[in-house]
Design a protein around this ligand. Sequence first.
Ligand code: RRO
Length: 304
Amino acid sequence: MTHLPVKLGSVPLVNPVMTASGTSGHGAELGSYFDLSELGAVVVKSLAPFAHGGNPAPRVQPATAGMLNSVGLQGPGIPAWIADELPALQSSGAAVVVSIWGRRVEDYAEAAALLADAPDCVVALEVNVSCPNVEDRSKMFAHSATATAEVIAATSVFGRPRWAKLSPNVADLEEIAGAALGAGAEAVTLINTVLGLAIDAKTRTLALGAGRGGLSGPAIRPVALRAVYDCRAAFPKAIIVGVGGVVSGLDAAELIMAGANAVQVGTATFEDPRAPIRVQRELLAWCEREGVANLADLVGIAQR
Ligand code: RRO
């Protein structure tokens, strides 16, 4: 039997497969399809200290082997989330990772403070510094090592582990990852969506209401593999959560071989709400067929 439980830094998880932020709502939505406690963790859509309405429709657009989204950080705000969504997640028995965002460093600090007293089921914060659908993309925190470090440092008030979710849309991802880890992130989550755009040929206009969007799904799996591989090479001891286009257990195994300690399943959930638990079962079956006794033995095995 393969040993699937993992310890991501100081966070023990029953297995290394989680949901990806933003792809299954803010709460226990997937709980009607499978037992959420069987996943490594449920990662909720990014939340700010305040409620936010998001971008104009249309917010999603199909793309070859994936999709574009320009949701624009819609969310109820952390106080309403704690009151309305967290109780169902808590009673599901799932480990919960709360993704947070803000417009300013102070927003992140406030988000972290609001969650500091969350129940123990909240095992980590995923600090999203890399949403492509912000008002001014040129100011995305994840485009700057200094800004990323400032945000991570500002969230220390949470008092539990923080992971930094980073963008592939940068020239030197290792520099940004190093800044996040140096500022106190216990892990980096690689990658957020890839900046893209779609044209509606009928109307001869931009297809998404917000114009640009983030590309996700199998189309970006090679980008995720590259990001994970390069950061594992640069940071042999870092905790890396891989995300991007995982649809099968084999996809998950490949990200782990590139250097991920754990994986997240996102866009696949839109086609199959059971995708995260299916990927987890397929990963286990693959490891058993391949004689992998301990998942840790697979992490970064493709590095050379
Ligand atoms: O809400 C979004 O538009 C969004 C977010 Br927060 C993110 O991190 N990545 C993305 O592609 N979309």
